[in-house]
Design a binder for this molecule. Structure first.
Ligand code: SIN
Ligand code: CO
Length: 375
């Protein structure tokens, strides 16, 4: 069953997004957890799943990488299990993320699911990304402080915790309640009853990441070979003039103004995931003939959890970026490419143009495990 947000998203975007933390009571009324604590613990045991346990002792916190070997040994208080990118591995968790698609896919990082026992939490900290914290079963108290200078917490090396702060928000969350926190606001969760909670993280690229993505792309394609030229040289031989400094900066900005290389670098980098995708395995590679048979039988085309399929405004809609790759579908397939980017599931009727015009590309995606066919 799809999850539906009970939220005026326009109002949220205008008043709170990237600005102010806010509590949204019953953002998902009657919320049913996409997974149980046992399922989460099981998932954490899988090899390609990133998890950690945070133990609390008085007002200090300590991290243990990976899932605990023995949950019973942790006791009934003061610990929290955190599992990253649960949406990559678990269909219903991805369905929960889909309820938040009023924000662009490129911003979405992952869904981290946590199970915590009373007293458990990760300690007061600041994230450099936007996060929605959704309460599942159980109850947790959340405190959020003001943006600004916050001293590092002594003795919390490795966890980057901050000192205690004065809360501007101090609430108890119940199942279905949502807390939104923009980057830079210190926050701290404290578990009151055994609890599942979900953090949906949204990360935007830094200048460093953008420049390095562009540099990688230029090196791959051999573009960006233009050199600096000037008509005037400075009188002082050992000095790089301001005009030359500005001219070289302008040489760089032409890369952004003139289009395609920059757009492609963006498409490649923004379609990548920070956490590994859990590619669907295919036993025998599917052939175009078998693909056509599946199509005739009416199979749906279903996208892997976590996979981003992006189009860039200003580029032909046939250009798709997925998992750091660029694909150009045959001309005339723009509308189908848009469906592939927009929808997680395409009906046989919707993916028909792919069978006719580019069966090899589709077979490749299916054989890689980016999509699968479902009856
Ligand atoms: C938590 O669930 O305590 C950690 C989530 C967060 O602070 O982003
Ligand atoms: Co946080």
């Amino acid at each position: 069953m799809p999850y539906r947000l009970n939220l005026d998203t326009d109002d949220f975007l205008q008043r709170y997004w990237q600005r102010t933390p806010v509590v949204i009571r019953q953002a998902l009324p009657g919320f049913a957890d996409p997974l149980s604590p046992d399922e989460l613990a099981g998932l954490a045991l899988e090899e390609n799943v990133a998890s950690r346990v945070i133990l609390r002792k008085d007002d200090q916190w300590q991290a243990q990488p990976g899932p605990p070997e023995d949950y019973a040994a942790l006791g009934e208080q003061d610990w929290q299990l955190l599992v990253q990118a649960v949406n990559h591995h678990h269909g219903p968790a991805q369905a929960l993320c889909d309820a938040f698609r009023f924000l662009p896919d490129w911003r979405f990082d992952d869904l981290m699911a946590s199970f915590a026992v009373p007293g458990g939490g990760v300690g007061p900290h600041i994230d450099n990304y936007d996060v929605f914290i959704l309460q599942g079963e159980g109850r947790r108290r959340w405190q959020v402080g003001q943006r600004g200078e916050h001293r590092p917490r002594p003795g919390s090396e490795g966890l980057a915790l901050v000192a205690d702060f004065d809360p501007i928000i101090d609430v108890e969350l119940a199942p279905g309640d949502l807390l939104y926190i923009p980057p830079g606001y210190p926050h701290c969760g404290q578990t009151l009853t055994p609890s599942l909670s979900y953090s949906l993280g949204y990360r935007a690229p830094s200048q460093q990441e953008l420049l390095s993505a562009l540099a990688d792309h230029l090196l791959d394609t051999g573009d960006g070979q233009r050199r600096f030229t000037s008509q005037q040289e400075p009188a002082e031989p050992a000095r790089v003039s301001l005009a030359h400094q500005q001219g070289m900066a302008q040489l760089l900005t032409t890369l952004f103004d003139q289009g395609e290389a920059w757009q492609q670098a963006l498409g490649l980098t923004l379609s990548q995931n920070r956490f590994e995708l859990d590619l669907w395995p295919s036993d025998e590679p599917l052939t175009p003939t078998e693909l056509s048979q599946c199509h005739q039988q009416g199979h749906s085309l279903v996208r892997l959890g976590g996979l981003k399929v992006l189009q860039l405004e200003g580029l032909a809609p046939e250009q798709l970026f997925l998992d750091g790759q660029r694909w150009v579908l045959p001309q005339g397939l723009g509308a189908t490419a848009t469906l592939l980017a927009r929808q997680r599931r395409l009906s046989a009727e919707q993916w028909a143009p792919l069978v006719a015009a580019c069966p090899e590309a589709l077979c490749h995606w299916l054989n890689q495990g980016y999509w699968q066919l479902e009856t």
